[in-house]
Design a protein around this ligand. Structure first.
Ligand code: F6P
Length: 548
């Protein structure tokens, strides 16, 4: 393991670039984007970067050339280059789980060689992809039949977290390319309503369940899978039907077999694929069923293009590096607690939800790789909604609230649904929001409009609110792969700077353990065990009384 990957690291706040950024930030807080643009008419052309059909305008950020120079220095001093190499070459950079981090191998070409513990993992990746393609073709063409000989027309993915958010986001994003005579649904919540609503109008004879779980032990998924099995068998009335209506996506063949799914109907992946980085593994089976193998492979090409860009491009032109550094800039030097992701593309309506797991499960950490409590902020809260909807709800706070919220505005030059002038209206809003947030409206401008004095303060827009604008050509499978990979590598860049393990998720464990304990108490007859605090005990007792 390289020294820069884990140990021998100078604490972040001791790095010369960090110290310089602290001093520099003091001066930058007072500077306004109005002034930065005025003093450099070329700024809107200069502070941009383009790669693989993705244009990033980062000129509306509160940065100068000096800021960028220092941030890039911070990346260098943080060992980002070595750490990128460590990830791509299969080093076990997920140190707390002692695992390699190789989602990039999922989209590597057939002839690539990427070794984990001395074994090239690429042939295995392509073997699974080929099996997925064969299976998808059979289901989509109708040659794979249900137990009673009927064609499968409904596919339900059962999974949660990374085994749900990627598939549902990708399905929604690529709906335009999907097989329209099939229905795709996604069940994740242990709340029975999720399952009930997803199945109420479906016929088990025509329904295929994909049980997606890396571990195949996740409470929610296993509970839903069991319910699905009962739902299907109630009509199909023969255990043998399971083979025709259930397939599994997992790393855990033993548990898959225990559940009753033949491993011939299992699509595997590996412990070096993190759940939130798995939408392009077999976890994407529902995506492939929806859009077909060709489109799925096109999506992988998009991912790969950005992987190559991230690995090979100098940092100053490297999109994920710039994205990651800007997030660090606001998080640590402007005390910004959140980032809003605002896709102006209805098909990307689940993209912010997907990004929440990717970013927050990755970088929501409070100790460094060596276990020290950090003395700076780490992962911000990611959130968002598609534009223009958000403009009529929460944008008010972004424009005039007291908090600084950097925003990612994402737009496409061409729409997949050309209807009248809808797309120009949509894109006009992308550009208008970026402009309004950056430049605002001064009291003088408000007054000049004839606003009475008492109303002026209410109508002033301070501006100086930073945005990145991403402009892509069209929402294709390839473009989706690129977009996701950009954020994956931005998260990696941030985690590297913060010296944290972006690939574990210990923070989800405690709640799971307590829920297991409490469920026993809810189901048992006796009083709630005395080991809880008085609030939890009272709530449990009240629930039991009210439930009856
Ligand atoms: O509890 C968090 C988590 O482990 C996520 O990291 C993961 O994506 C999700 O649960 C689902 O896990 P699995 O795919 O093993 O069911």
């Amino acid at each position: 393991m390289s020294a820069t990957a884990t140990d021998l690291q100078t604490p972040l706040t001791q790095l010369p670039a960090w110290k310089a950024l602290q001093a520099h930030a003091e001066t930058m807080r007072a500077r306004h984007l109005r002034e930065l643009f005025k003093s450099d008419p070329e700024r809107g052309k200069r502070l941009t970067a383009e790669a693989e059909g993705v244009y990033l305008d980062y000129s509306k950020h509160r940065v100068t050339d000096e800021t960028l120079r220092l941030l890039l220095e911070l990346a260098e001093q943080s060992g980002l280059r070595a750490r990128i190499d460590a990830m791509f070459s299969g080093e076990k950079i997920n140190i707390t789980e002692k695992r390699a981090v190789l989602h990039t191998a999922l989209r590597a070409p057939k002839d690539a060689v990427i070794k984990v513990d001395g074994e090239n993992v690429v042939p295995g990746v392509h073997e699974v992809l080929d099996r997925m393609a064969d299976f998808s073709d059979r289901v989509r063409s109708g040659s794979w039949k249900g137990f009673t000989g009927r064609r499968i027309v409904n596919v339900i993915n059962i999974g949660i977290g990374g085994s749900d958010l990627g598939p549902v986001m990708a399905y929604e994003a690529l709906r335009h390319y999907s097989q329209r005579d099939m229905t795709f649904r996604f069940v994740s919540n242990v709340d029975g309503t999720d399952f009930a609503e997803a199945t109420h109008d479906l016929d088990p004879e025509e329904t295929l369940f994909i049980i997606s779980s890396k571990t195949f032990t996740t409470l929610e998924t296993m509970t839903n899978a069991q319910t699905a099995r009962e739902w299907a068998l109630k009509k199909l009335k023969d255990e043998k039907a399971v083979a025709k209506h259930f397939v599994a996506v997992s790393t855990n063949a033993k548990e898959v077999t225990k559940f009753g799914i033949d491993t011939a109907n299992m699509f595997g992946f590996w412990d070096w694929v993190g759940g939130r980085y798995s939408m392009d593994s077999a976890i994407g089976l529902s995506t492939m069923l929806a859009v077909g193998p060709e489109n799925f492979r096109a999506m992988l090409r998009g991912f790969r293009a950005i992987d190559e860009h991230f690995r090979k491009t100098p940092f100053e032109k490297n999109l994920p590096v710039l994205m990651g550094l800007l997030t660090v800039w606001y998080t640590d030097f402007f005390n910004a607690a959140t980032v809003a992701v605002l896709p102006y593309e209805q098909y990307l309506k689940r993209f912010p939800a997907y990004l929440q797991q990717l970013t927050m499960e990755s970088n929501g950490k409070h100790v460094t790789l060596s276990g020290e409590r950090v003395n700076y902020e780490t992962g911000p809260i990611f959130w968002g909604e598609p534009g223009t909807n958000g403009q009529h709800s929460f944008y008010q706070l972004i424009h005039q609230g007291t908090r600084l919220i950097p925003c990612d505005l994402i737009g496409f030059a061409r729409t997949l649904n050309p209807l009248g002038n809808h797309h120009d209206l949509l894109m006009a809003n992308v550009f208008a929001q970026g402009e309004a947030l950056a430049f605002g409206k001064t009291p003088e401008e408000v007054k000049a409009e004839g606003t009475p004095d008492w109303l002026v303060p209410h109508r002033v827009f301070e501006g100086n609110r930073p945005t990145s604008t991403f402009l892509l050509e069209e929402l294709t499978p390839e473009a989706l792969g690129k977009l996701v990979a950009l954020y994956e590598h931005s998260v990696f860049t941030q985690g590297t700077i913060w010296q944290i393990d972006s690939f574990d998720q210990w923070g989800v464990e405690l709640g799971k353990v307590l829920a297991k304990k409490i469920v026993g108490e809810l189901e048992g007859a006796g009083p709630a065990a005395g080991s809880h605090d008085s609030s939890t005990t009272t709530l449990i007792e009240r629930y039991r009384r009210q439930r009856g």
